[in-house]
Write a protein of this length. Structure first.
Length: 152
C-alpha cells in the first residue's frame, strides 16, 4: 500500500465529517474546572471547561485547535461526555491509548465511536493530538475536584 493510499485511508470521510461537526465548542462562563493540553510535536491544543454535579460531568465545552484527527476525537468525546464520571473518562483515555499504541481493542461505549481513529495506529506522531480532548477533560475534572475540596 502506498503512502498516499495510507493517508487517504487515514483521513476517511467519516473522520473529516466528525472534524467538521464538533459538539460543545467554546467555553463555559463559570466552569468548575478548566484545563488546556498541548501536543508538543504538532502544536495541537484542546482547552476543556466543565461543570461537575454529583460526580458526573453536567456541562462541557471545548476549544479545539488540532488536526483533523484530534478534531474527530474531540467530536466523539463532545458527543458522549455529558453524564460521565472521571473513571469513565479515564477508562476511555486508557482504551484509546491502548488501541493506538498497542493494537488493543476499540474503546467501549459510550466512546466506541473512537474506533474510527484505528487507522492512526501507524502514525505515532498523531497519537498525542488524538488523546488531547480526553486528557484535557481529565485535567479539568481534577481541577474541579481540587477546587471543591479546597472550598469545603
Amino acid at each position: 500500500m502506498s503512502a498516499e493510499t495510507d493517508l487517504i485511508k487515514l483521513y476517511s470521510q467519516r473522520i473529516l465529517a466528525l472534524a467538521a461537526d464538533i459538539p460543545h465548542l467554546g467555553h463555559l462562563d463559570a466552569p468548575d474546572g478548566s484545563a488546556r493540553k498541548r501536543a508538543p510535536l504538532c502544536g495541537s491544543t484542546v482547552t476543556v471547561d466543565l461543570i461537575i454535579a454529583d460526580g458526573r460531568i453536567s456541562d462541557f465545552a471545548q476549544d479545539v485547535k488540532a488536526c483533523a484527527l484530534g478534531q474527530a476525537a474531540a467530536a466523539v468525546v463532545g458527543a458522549n461526555i455529558i453524564g460521565c464520571t472521571r473513571d469513565q473518562v479515564q477508562t476511555a483515555r486508557d482504551q484509546l491509548a491502548a488501541m493506538l499504541k498497542q493494537g488493543g481493542p476499540d474503546p467501549h461505549a459510550p466512546f466506541d465511536g473512537l474506533q474510527v481513529l484505528g487507522p492512526a495506529r501507524d502514525y505515532k506522531n498523531r497519537h498525542a493530538s488524538i488523546l488531547l480532548s480526553l486528557e484535557a477533560t481529565l485535567d479539568a475534572f481534577d481541577a474541579a475536584t481540587a477546587t471543591s475540596a479546597s472550598s469545603a
